[in-house]
Design a protein around this ligand. Structure first.
Ligand SMILES: C[S@@+](CC[C@H](N)C(=O)[O-])C[C@H]1O[C@@H](n2cnc3c(N)ncnc32)[C@H](O)[C@@H]1O
Length: 280
């Protein structure tokens, strides 16, 4: 996964990796310009590019939002334990690097169910004794919360940051995403935080809704088969029982940007929301 490695050829894939179907982690990797993706993933990427040429920026916006939020949580909110659901493939900067730059002893547990993340990502993500990875399905919160690596390294009697970034939009309504979130939230001590980003249908009756629906259709009809652009009200429901921090649930670029906006937002900047909330 180093930048010097060549992209894996279809037939070089480890046996347990299904290269006949696009995977969420590998398609995201393709959008981010990574090398851990296969032809089947790049096809999804290319299809989305035809309707949303600037969509790689959306993937970068998701990733940089995560890093900004982790930095705030470690520095501004003094959080020293992170449960990062859906780590994704390691990129230039990951949750543990952002948190441990501020507090070298911050504990981070990553969760992902993609075999390529487990196979290649684990070594890079678990680079010190405070950083851990478990292969588990985030749709099974009880399994995640009771996993020995989680219970050994995170103290649920103290505040934790739960990161649910660019993940729950891959959980369909019939899999009870709201119930899943509530189970995680119920397990958190008062003073804990939740960071969440999500594909967004602005319901503007115009081009942004059309774009959201077009990408959703492409994702769902592809071999990846997942991705829901929810409305503001639907996304807000994930924060039930929590207090949203300023500036609330906003476009990714509007959540504590690095500086003033010097370019207009691309269209893809209008179809994802993020917020950080605190458990009272
Ligand atoms: C789009 S990436 C987001 C990565 C990272 N959270 C970020 O914001 O940059 C989504 C990640 O969630 C993982 N994922 C999706 N559904 C999952 C599930 N049910 N259980 C565990 N991981 C899942 C995927 O494998 C992928 O690595």
């Amino acid at each position: 996964m180093s930048s010097t490695e060549t992209p894996p050829a279809q037939n070089d894939a480890p046996a347990h990796i299904d290269t006949t179907k696009a995977s969420i982690a590998r398609v995201y990797d393709a959008f981010l310009g990574g090398k851990d993706n296969y032809e089947v993933d790049r096809q999804v990427f290319q299809q989305v590019l035809t309707i949303a040429p600037e969509s790689p920026e959306l993937a970068r916006d998701f990733r940089t939002w995560l890093i900004r939020a982790v930095r705030f949580l470690a520095a501004g909110a003094n959080i020293d334990q992170f449960l990062d659901l859906g780590s994704g493939l390691p990129t230039a900067e990951n949750t543990h690097q952002a948190a441990q730059r501020i507090n070298p002893e911050a504990e981070v547990v990553y969760v992902d169910n993609d075999p390529i993340v487990a196979a290649h990502g684990r070594a890079l993500l678990e680079e010190n004794e405070h950083t851990h990875f478990i292969a588990a399905d985030l749709r099974e919160p009880e399994t995640v919360l009771n996993h020995p690596v989680v219970t050994r390294n995170l103290d649920f009697s103290r505040p934790i940051a739960l990161m649910q970034c660019a993940t729950i939009h891959h959980v369909d309504d019939d899999a009870d995403p709201y119930g899943i979130m509530q189970t995680y939230i119920n397990a958190l001590a008062p003073g804990s935080y939740v960071g969440l980003t999500h594909f967004y249908d602005p319901e503007d009756g115009g081009k942004y809704t059309e774009l959201a629906k077009g990408i959703e259709k492409t994702f769902r009809e592809s071999s990846m088969g997942t991705g829901r652009f929810r409305t503001r009200a639907e996304i807000m429901s994930f924060f039930d029982g929590l207090e949203l921090l300023e500036p609330g649930l906003v476009l990714l670029a509007d959540w504590y940007p690095e500086g003033p906006r010097v370019q207009p937002l691309p269209d893809s900047g209008h179809i994802a929301l993020g917020a950080v909330a605190r458990k009272p």
